[in-house]
Design a binder for this molecule. Structure first.
Ligand SMILES: *[C@@H]1O[C@H](CO)[C@@H](O)[C@H](O)[C@H]1NC(C)=O
Length: 395
């Protein structure tokens, strides 16, 4: 019975994992602006941790943008440009945001014809341009009017730099991320076709999601179900113990890799912080690591401290169960994968929850029956010695 539920759950998990495809998740959709500006479209740009939000009115050829990027240093600069004549830096018509001599954030325009930048008029008209710096990122807001006859698909180029000398932005570095920061942008359809670098951030986020859902969201709960219910079946002793340990150790290994990918993603997305998700993640890692120690520190069954060990092991186990599931849902609302993934997880977790309820009932029936035949046992009686569950813990 127990095994068939677990098989079912595992099957559901396998189906779910096999359905995995590149999800259309974007971080920019969860970014909001303090001035409550709303833009029709946004893109997670494929390099330099940058984002573009925009809206385009073809009638007036008016383009409103919010460009978000982390400068290399707090007194650095960020730039977003359209290149009407090519697809790289040379020829690009750039907006550059930085802190001016007076300490105020400013936005200037540059017709980039060489590495020596001089402020100049550009190909489009700038109606309005402002910038703000907070949380390690510069947000550049601008309203532009494109020249008559401008195409609605443009080449965009963006860049970040380390500092400003005498009012002139310093040279940026020449890492691959700095050289790949260009893409096509379809102003009307809201899709930018990205030049070859590929959307590695999306890929990383999906890997992070999969590892953590499998570990914290599915395997740890299965391991807890095994420990709590399988051991009530005399025939499952001591198999439940080894199943429990292997399941949780595998879950831990997967969970720690998922956790590490999360830290990496967190450190790459400056300015966009998901503090709760991150803090719960750190707590989960700490609790799960403690549980690994629990295995080493476990007193013998009849040791007088065993009762305390049980309390410690069980409370942390249930904390992991609860926080793990909460964090999976928090993760879903951050990554915003297609609804089917969230639904698939809800199905899996409902099957696990349903199995647990069923097994809980079966366990009670078994324990009560046993109680009738032998008066010395109590049903599921806490953590003390002599309860029915511990009769079978012969390890
Ligand atoms: C930008 O500079 C180039 C080269 O100096 C020049 O040919 C071009 O007309 C300039 N573009 C604008 C919009 O001023």
């Amino acid at each position: 019975m127990a095994l068939s539920s677990l098989t079912l759950a595992t099957f559901a998990l396998a189906t779910w994992v096999s359905m995995i495809s590149p999800a259309h998740s974007a971080t920019c959709t969860s970014q909001t602006f303090t001035n409550n500006k709303l833009y029709a479209f946004c893109n997670d740009l494929p390099s330099l941790g940058s984002y573009l939000h925009w809206a385009y009115d073809p009638a007036g050829r008016t383009l409103s943008i919010a460009f978000i990027a982390p400068p290399d240093r707090p007194d650095g600069w960020v730039s977003w440009a359209i290149n009407p004549t090519g697809n790289g830096m040379l020829g690009s018509q750039a907006l550059i945001a930085f802190r001016d001599a007076g300490g105020h954030m400013t936005v200037k325009t540059y017709n980039v014809s060489s590495y020596a930048l001089t402020e100049s008029k550009v190909w489009y008209e700038v109606k309005e341009a402002t910038a703000e710096f907070s949380g390690g990122v510069i947000r550049l807001f601008a309203t532009l009017v494109l020249p008559a006859g401008a195409a609605t698909t443009v080449n965009q180029v963006w860049q970040v730099g380390p500092g400003v000398s005498g009012g002139v932005p310093d040279k940026h570095s020449f890492q691959p991320a700095n050289l790949n920061s260009k893409a096509r942008l379809d102003l009307l359809r809201g899709q930018s076709t990205v030049t070859p670098v590929g959307d590695s951030r999306t890929k990383k986020r999906n890997i992070h999601g999969i590892l953590n859902v499998v570990s914290w969201g599915i395997m740890f709960p299965i391991g807890i179900i095994i420990a709590r219910y399988l051991r009530s079946f005399p025939s499952a002793d001591p198999a439940w113990f080894y199943l429990h340990i292997s399941c949780q150790m595998a879950a831990y290994a997967i969970g720690v890799s998922g956790w590490a990918t999360g830290l990496k993603l967190g450190s790459e997305s400056k300015g966009v912080r998901y503090s709760n998700h991150r803090n719960i993640g750190i707590a989960l890692f700490a609790f799960a690591t403690l549980q690994m120690f629990a295995l080493l520190l476990r007193p013998k069954k009849d040791h007088k401290y065993r009762v305390y060990w049980n309390i410690y092991h069980h409370s942390i186990g249930y904390a992991i169960l609860t926080l793990g599931i909460i964090n999976v849902f928090k993760g879903f609302s951050i990554l915003k994968p297609e609804q089917k993934w969230r639904n698939a997880y809800i199905v899996v977790i409902s099957i696990l929850g349903g199995s647990a309820v069923l097994l809980e009932a079966i366990t009670w029936i078994m324990v009560l029956k046993r109680k009738k035949s032998s008066k010395s046992t109590k049903p599921l009686g806490g953590y003390g010695n002599g309860n029915a569950r511990q009769e079978h813990m012969n390890i």
